[in-house]
Design a protein around this ligand. Structure first.
Ligand SMILES: [Zn+2]
Ligand SMILES: [Zn+2]
Ligand SMILES: [Zn+2]
Ligand SMILES: [Zn+2]
Length: 359
């Protein structure tokens, strides 16, 4: 039999004026037989479940007023009762009895303790205990804790798979196992779509940059290519800040002007350049007669002559995204500069990815 190591809570006589000690004091009895004295009023006000138990005890007018709380260690029950009095629970108690306290908080409907345990158990989640804590979180309806467990399992699945907890779960709760595997799958596909989204974004930034360069090559001229009415750029002039894009574009323009096969002959490089001219004309805001970018006026007057509605929609979407990227990059110049210092994806690669969209 295990005896309470602490003295009974001090009775506050003011609170119980007019009531006999018998009516206000009862004992909580643990699995180990420990009797923890407590005030009915305190228990009742902290937990609606205990309140209704106390009510039924009072109605019965039984002599020995005891409430059994079994199935958890005596010290966990002690910590539980102490929380009902103080609304506090120390780290040592959390460390030792966090899972028991969560279960008690759930069963006896003590929301503050549940919140405290959720936080405490989240701090103490490990690869070793995560499967057990997950099962408990599920039983005790603790959604925050549940989600944290799922995320940890999903992020460290290779290690979790090796634990006893996981092996036990596999043999005993195939439904939960399935739920976890599905969660991991969902996380994976969310990650994939985020990655895809980021790649697409960088593509639109590349294209928007290409549009800027195309404009500046065709109006002022750059290192290798310039309008026929401009003087060669002096050697001292610093190259364009978007050097790799600009240079690639200049090579392509030069190729486009001199290629024998051309777009109609099936030249892929010409086709790409042609698409960039077309993209320029779709976003060009200068009046027809003043724009110096090749084919701009032709595209504008002839229309885009697309083959189908579906293609037209895709093209419009591309134009919209590039315009948006242009707007974003004009707002956040410092960030774009940083990105340029890293090796940018080649323009050719960027356009290649879009051949299917654009043509
Ligand atoms: Zn440029
Ligand atoms: Zn340049
Ligand atoms: Zn060509
Ligand atoms: Zn134009």
């Amino acid at each position: 039999m295990c005896r309470s190591p602490v003295s009974p809570p001090v009775h506050n006589s003011d609170q119980f004026t007019g009531e006999s000690v018998d009516e206000t004091t009862l004992y909580i009895v643990t699995s180990g037989g420990r009797r923890i004295p407590a005030h009915a009023k305190v228990l009742a006000s902290a937990s609606p479940v205990l309140e209704s138990i106390i009510d039924s005890l009072q109605n019965r007018r039984s002599s020995g007023k005891t409430i059994p709380i079994v199935g958890v260690p005596c010290d966990a029950v002690e910590a539980f009762v102490s929380f009902l009095y103080s609304n506090r629970c120390n780290e040592e108690e959390m460390e030792k009895f966090g899972i028991h306290l969560l279960a008690l908080a759930h069963v006896y409907m003590v929301p503050d303790l549940k919140t405290r345990c959720t936080k405490g158990l989240i701090q103490r989640l490990t690869i070793e205990n995560v499967v057990d804590v997950l099962q408990l979180a599920r039983l005790c309806d603790a959604p925050d804790l549940h989600l944290k467990c799922m995320k940890l399992i999903s992020n460290r699945f290779k290690s979790v798979e090796e634990t006893e907890g996981w092996k036990f779960l596999q043999n005993n709760d195939p439904y939960l196992e399935l739920e976890i595997l599905k969660f991991i799958d969902d996380v994976e596909s969310r990650r994939k779509s985020t990655r895809k989204h980021l790649q697409e974004q960088s593509l639109y930034f590349q294209l928007s940059e290409a549009m800027d360069c195309l404009h500046h090559i065709c109006t002022e001229g750059c290192t290798g290519v310039r309008p026929y009415d401009k003087q060669p750029i002096s050697k001292n002039r610093a190259p364009c800040t978007r050097f790799s894009t600009c240079e690639g574009l200049q090579h392509s323009i030069y190729h486009f002007a001199n290629c024998k096969k051309r777009v109609n002959g099936g030249c892929v490089r010409c086709k790409r350049m042609w698409q960039l001219f077309k993209l320029h004309s779709s976003i060009c805001e200068s009046p027809d007669s003043t724009c110096k970018v090749p084919l701009c006026r032709q595209f504008k007057t002839r229309g885009q002559h697309v083959k189908s509605k579906k293609e037209e929609a895709r093209w419009e979407l591309l134009v919209e995204k590039v315009v948006a990227a242009k707007a974003i990059s004009s707002l956040s110049l410092p960030k774009i500069k940083v990105e340029q210092e890293e090796q940018p994806r080649s323009l050719r690669e960027a356009i290649n990815c879009h051949v299917s969209v654009a043509c």
